[in-house]
Design a protein around this ligand. Structure first.
Ligand code: AMP
Ligand code: MN
Ligand code: MN
Ligand code: MN
Length: 282
């Protein structure tokens, strides 16, 4: 199998279905030679992932996917090559954990008031030791038979404007980028087509993101796999002279377009974020 990389995926440390070690072994089976584990607002899975990567003989990049606020909206910034033990990052992530817990409770209260009894406990059970996310509420909604499928859980209850939606008290984008940079990492704007933005707003977002020290953006995303989407993102990447990243946004088996290593190829002329990443660990 040819060498490939995947710089965006999730484990049971946040809302993924596989343990960090299982994600790493699956990556190795898929022929991925460089993997970044990027769980939502946590670095808790990185120790196990690194141990597994050493065994499996693949390179693990220490990463995370930060939820940040900008202009009153939530964006995701992937941090790659961070030192997970850096005190500023640790403090910041402790604050994010509190924000997630409070929001998780508020979502539960709202759903219970809407007649979905057991929502909060169900989601907490689905989350286990992980940070609580809307994905855990979605799983409970499916398992309890309140919705027919995962997508319907978001459409009916969890997306913006629905009864179970609560805005997260996330870090401001500028400060979140600072956390990543101070921990030695590169800040990558995740899935830029995933925010329902017009071209003008993507431009404003990239202006603010680069001004704040963001250095890279995802161009090849498992969530925007069409050739014209990659082309469009490549255009933004060139215009802003950013480094290009690629990742599947893997959360678990069963979604072929978002399998580990399954993101489309990067346009050949773009500088890859991988070349700017210092060698770390395995
Ligand atoms: P949170 O960060 O707690 O708001 O949870 C968001 C997570 O839910 C994302 O990382 C996705 O994994 C998942 N998610 C959000 N919206 C959808 C959707 N429409 N369909 C499926 N999964 C979604
Ligand atoms: Mn997720
Ligand atoms: Mn994301
Ligand atoms: Mn993600």
């Amino acid at each position: 199998m040819s060498a490939s990389h995947d710089l965006h995926c999730h484990s049971t440390a946040s809302d993924g279905h596989l343990t960090p070690a299982a994600v790493v072994h699956r990556a190795a089976d898929q022929g991925v030679t460089t993997l970044a584990l990027t769980d939502h607002d946590t670095v808790a899975g990185l120790g196990d992932a690194q141990a597994a990567a050493s065994t499996a003989g693949i390179r693990l990049i220490a990463g995370l996917e930060l939820s940040v606020l900008w202009q009153g909206r939530t964006f995701h910034v992937v941090g790659l090559g961070v030192d997970p033990g850096e005190p500023g990052l640790q403090d910041g992530l402790a604050r994010m954990q509190r924000a997630r817990q409070e929001r998780g409770e508020a979502i539960g209260e709202r759903l219970e008031r809407a007649g979905l009894s057991g929502a909060r406990e169900g989601a907490l059970e689905a989350a286990g030791t992980a940070e609580i996310t809307r994905a855990h509420y979605a799983r409970w909604l499916v398992e309890s038979g309140n919705v027919r499928g995962y997508e319907e859980a978001f459409k009916r209850y969890l997306r913006r404007g629905r009864v179970g939606y609560v805005h997260g008290d996330w870090v401001a984008m500028e400060e979140g980028i600072e956390w990543i940079r101070r921990a030695g990492g590169i800040a990558v704007l995740a899935h830029p087509l995933g925010y329902d933005l017009t071209g003008a707003w993507i431009r404003r977002t990239l202006d603010a993101f680069t001004a704040a020290g963001g250095e890279a953006m995802e161009v090849a995303c498992g969530t925007s796999p069409e050739p014209r989407q990659v082309q469009q993102l490549g255009g933004w990447c060139r215009r802003y002279a950013l480094l290009a990243s690629s990742g599947s946004d893997f959360h678990g088996p069963g979604h072929p377009s978002r399998e580990i290593g399954g993101a489309p190829a990067l346009p050949g002329d773009l500088p890859s974020v991988l070349e700017a990443l210092p060698e770390r660990g395995g």
